[in-house]
Design a protein around this ligand. Sequence first.
Ligand code: PMT
Length: 411
Amino acid sequence: MASHSVVLGVGGGIAAYKAAELARALMEHGVEVNTVMTGAAQEFVRPLTFAALTGRKVITEMFGTGSSDEVLASSVEHIRVAQENQLLVVAPATADLLARFAHGLANDFLTTLYLAFQGPVVLAPAMNTAMWNHPATQANIETLRRRGHHVIEPDEGLLACGTTGPGRLPEPQRIGYFVWRILAQRHDLDGETILITAGPTREPLDPVRFISNRSSGKMGYSLAEAAALRGARVILVSGPVQIPAPDGVELMQVQTASEMRAAVMSRLAESDIIIKTAAVADYHVANIPRQKVKKTAMRLSLELDPTPDILAEVGAELSRSGSGQLLIGFAAETENVVAEAKRKLQAKHCDMVVANNVSADGTGFESDENEVVLALRTGEIIPLPRASKRALADQILDEALKLRLALHQGR
Ligand code: PMT
C-alpha cells in the first residue's frame, strides 16, 4: 500500500500531457495519485490517460451527471478528497488557475478542493512568457507564495507558442521529486547523526586490477537519503559507485576495506546509529605488486588475506563501551537467510541485522528492489516484503527507532 497520497490537479495548458509523466514519477516514489482535471485540461488530455496510469478514478466535474444520490455524494466529494490526501500539486498551474486560487474562487472541483485543502500545496506554473511576466500573474504568485504555497519556477526555453523565455513546465521528474521530498519529511530523526556505509570496496591486485563485487550502492544510498529527509545528519562512507550522493549528506569516498574501516572508526564516536550496508570485500592481497602483473602461459594463483571485519570490530567496541549507539549490520545470503542473520547478529554484536537473499531474481545486488528479513536483538524476526530499496529504507529506519526505544526501556 502506498504510504502517501496526493491530489494531482491538472490545468488546461499545452503542458497538460506532462502531468501524465508527473503522475508516473510520483507513483515511482510510492505515492498514490488522485487526479482532478479542469474542463480546459480535458481539451488537451483525456481523463482516461490518467485513469489508466494511476489505476484510480479521475475527477472531472463538480457534480455527477446521474441520480440525485450521485449529485448529493459528489457535492461533498471535494471535502472528502481534501481530507484524504496529504498534498495538492497542480501542474500545469495556468494563469487562470493561479488567479482563481489567489482570489478564492470556487467555480469548479479543483478550485473548490483548493479552498477545502489544509495540507501543503505545490504549484508548477506553465504558460506563455508574457502571461507569466504579466503583473497580474506575478501579483497572484506573490499572494500564493505568501500563503505558504510552494511555487516551482517555470523553466526557460522555447515555448509551444514559438517564443523563448520563462514559462515551460519543469521536468515532471523534478516536480515529482520535490513533492515526494515534502511528503517524506517526517523529521523523526532530527538531531541524530547516522553513519551509513554503502557500495562495494575495491581491493587492488596490481596497479590496474582489483577484486570487487556487484554492489551498486543503491541500498545504502537509499538509507542515506531517507535518513537525511527525516532530519538526520548523515555521514555516508561509500565505496566506488555510479550514483550521485543524496542532497544534504556528507560523503566520504573510499576504495578499500581498510580505508572504509579508517573512515568508519574516525566518525564512530559522533554517530547515534551505524548502518553497515556496504558489501565489503572479505579478502585482499596483502602485498600489492607495484607493477602490472604480466600475462604468462602459466596458471596464476592468488594468495589472499582477510580484510578487517569492520562490523565485528564496531560491534565489539560498542558492546564494551555500553554507549547505547545502535548498530545495524546487513547480511547478504544465498541460503538459510534467517539462521545466518541470527548468527551474524550474535557474532558481530549487532542490535539488528538486515538479511537479504542475494540469489533471488530482481532483489539484492544492483536491483532497485529488495526483500529483507530483520533479525533483532530482542529475538524478534520481522520480514519486510519486496519493495523498492527506497521504501524499504524508511521501513528499516522505522524498525530501528522502535528497537532503540524498546532497548532503552528495557535497560
Ligand atoms: O549496493 P546494492 O547493489 O544496492 O546491493 C545491496 C546489498 C546486497 C550489497 C546489501 O543489501 C547487502 O546485503 N549488504 C551487505 C553485503 C555483505 O557484505 O554482506 P556480508 O554478509 O558479507 O557481511 C555482513 C556484514 O558485515 C555487512 O554489514 C558488511 O558491511 C559487514 N562487513 C563484512 C565484511 C567486512 N570485512 N567488514 C564488514 O564490515
